[in-house]
Design a protein around this ligand. Structure first.
Ligand SMILES: [Mg+2]
Length: 211
């Protein structure tokens, strides 16, 4: 069997939640953050700008909130089953997120993901500064990460799948061999090769190159 690669978006794809909204609950800004998230995912505003704005609303939160929210995340139905199947069929499972590595790290371990990339929330003296540190993972970086994995793992590009729900997934979906819109926003549904409307990731099994 030739190798293959599946790249997942995280928020509202690999997990049920938009994790930043759970963080915002602790700073009393959930509604405001949710409204900006919805507009960014629908492609109405630039993702990077929206992220900077939303993260600024988290300023002052205690670092301990990160572990609390990480532990509360719900993997989407079928996620574990699909990741196991990807591994059984000589594939790699990666998560590339416009969310945060402090939340994705534990999830990577829990689900047995091979690779994870996300933004890093800056923490100083045990508190969130309201800023991202390092590279901002936007739609371009998501696509570049997929291509870098293809190169590093020596996988044929047509044997890659990108799965997402929001406008910031469109670029990586474009460069993947197959793109799957998962319970996605209209702009994503319109451009994907496959549209899935049932919240069960095990349905992706039918599209695995070695499935
Ligand atoms: Mg998403």
């Amino acid at each position: 069997m030739s190798k293959h690669l599946v790249v997942f978006d995280v928020d509202s794809t690999l997990i049920e939640e938009e994790a930043i909204e759970l963080l915002a609950e602790f700073s009393g800004t959930r509604e405001q953050v949710a409204e900006i998230t919805a507009r960014a995912m629908a492609g109405e505003i630039d993702f990077g700008t929206s992220l900077v704005e939303r993260v600024s609303l988290l300023e002052g939160l205690s670092e301990s909130v990160l572990a609390e929210v990480a532990a509360s995340l719900t993997p989407t139905k079928g996620a574990q089953e699909l990741i196991s199947l990807i591994h059984e069929t000589d594939g790699y499972a990666a998560a590339v997120s416009g969310g945060f590595i402090q939340l994705l790290g534990p999830l990577k371990k829990q689900l047995g993901l091979d690779f994870a990339k996300a933004n890093t929330l800056e923490v100083v003296d045990g508190k969130l500064t309201g800023k991202i540190t390092g590279e901002l993972v936007d739609s371009t970086v998501k696509a570049e990460t997929l291509l870098a994995l293809v190169h590093k793992l020596e996988i044929e590009n047509q044997r890659t799948i990108a799965i997402g729900d929001g406008a910031n997934d469109l670029t990586m979906m474009k460069v993947a061999g197959l793109s799957i819109a998962f319970c996605a926003k209209q702009i994503v549904r319109d451009q994907a090769d496959v549209v899935l409307d049932v919240r069960d990731l095990s349905l992706v099994a039918a599209f695995l190159p070695n499935g």
